[in-house]
Design a binder for this molecule. Structure first.
Ligand SMILES: Nc1ncnc2c1ncn2[C@@H]1O[C@H](COP(=O)(O)OP(=O)(O)O)[C@@H](O)[C@H]1O
Ligand SMILES: [Mg+2]
Length: 310
């Protein structure tokens, strides 16, 4: 059997207390710890596709694990372990799920999340680009005139957002962040996020990938330490661009999700989809191409293939 025959994993039910379900991850309680299981679910416009992307959850988990090890600014963080064999040895009721959990499971410190999306942008795209085009600033930060969509910024900038319960995140200024969490925590979130971004970007660039922008999450650990939580510098939390294809002046090709974008665009042009939910069903070709892009992102950044993938 090749990896291509393996079904994507879109749901996982474990004999553990279920804490919550995100768009991509299932959270379970393991004593005082949290078991984060990244499924192969894919979302667009905050809606989850019915089809999963094979290997996606393993790529997200493997990349986060890589960055937790690699980046000085990642410490302290929430990861305890990704060792599923040790997990099953300790919790034998998980034995039937060993294969499903392998590579996609992270045992973490259960933190009290700080409800701020710590976004860092090194390039102009997305809501940052739109704000710059309309106002010349992003998150209250004045930028030079004449920048094009996709251009690199003179310096990476911190542009926090609040987690909206429904729909899209809302960008807030650094002054608003200070009002919400206090000056000192706002400064810590900004400095740590910028350090993480700079350290990650340097490594990614050496491997031919541009980290256009990204989002970090932090939370308070049991000893009131500021932990880096959630996923780190993955294609889901970041815009990855192929350095060789970077061409400012318009929309950039998405390293991982371009096959999905292309398919949705074609459906729209053919009049089969009106651009609003529900999302159309994905063809196998788009699923397989996207799966390969995720694996390639892992292969490039970590400099070895995802285990069990070719
Ligand atoms: N160590 C942690 N402690 C508590 N919550 C966490 C921790 N790490 C991540 N989370 C939360 O778990 C969820 C991860 O699941 P995900 O599917 O990515 O959710 P979302 O749809 O919100 O992106 C997020 O809501 C994130 O804030
Ligand atoms: Mg998430």
């Amino acid at each position: 059997m090749t990896t291509r025959d393996i079904q994507a994993l879109t749901t996982v039910a474990l004999p553990l207390p279920h804490v919550s379900r995100g768009k991509v991850r299932e959270m379970f309680a393991l004593g005082d710890d949290l078991l984060l299981v990244a499924t192969d679910r894919l979302s667009a416009f905050d809606i989850v596709f019915e089809e999963g992307i094979p290997d996606k959850g393993r790529v997200l988990t493997g990349l986060s694990d890589f960055w937790f090890n690699r980046l000085d600014a990642a410490r302290p963080h929430h990861r305890i372990s990704t060792d599923v064999d040790a997990l099953v040895a300790e919790t034998p009721s998980l034995e039937p799920f060993r294969d499903a959990l392998a590579g996609r499971t992270m045992r973490c410190v259960r933190a009290r999340p700080i409800a701020v999306e710590c976004v860092v942008r090194g390039y102009l795209e997305g809501s940052g680009w739109r704000e710059y085009r309309d106002t010349g600033s992003v998150a209250g930060i004045r930028l030079p005139e004449g920048l094009r969509r996709g251009d690199e910024l003179p310096e990476p900038i911190f542009t926090p957002a609040t987690k909206a319960v429904e729909g899209h995140d809302v960008n807030i200024s650094c002054a608003e962040l200070e009002q919400r969490v206090g000056e000192s925590l706002a400064a810590r979130l900004r400095d740590r996020s910028l350090s993480l971004y700079r350290q990650g970007r340097e490594h990614a660039r050496d491997r031919g990938i541009l980290l256009a922008d990204t989002k970090f999450e932090f939370g308070w650990g049991p000893a009131e330490e500021l932990l880096l939580i959630d996923e780190v510098l993955t294609p889901d939390s970041s815009r990855f661009w192929d350095a060789d294809e970077w061409s400012p002046g318009g929309a950039q090709l998405s390293f991982d999700k371009q096959p999905i974008r292309d398919f949705l665009e074609a459906e729209r042009e053919a009049g089969r989809w009106n651009g609003a939910p529900p999302l159309p069903g994905l063809p196998d070709s788009a699923i397989e191409a996207t799966s390969e892009r995720y694996r390639e992102a892992y292969r490039r950044i970590v400099a070895r293939p995802l285990s069990g993938a070719d």
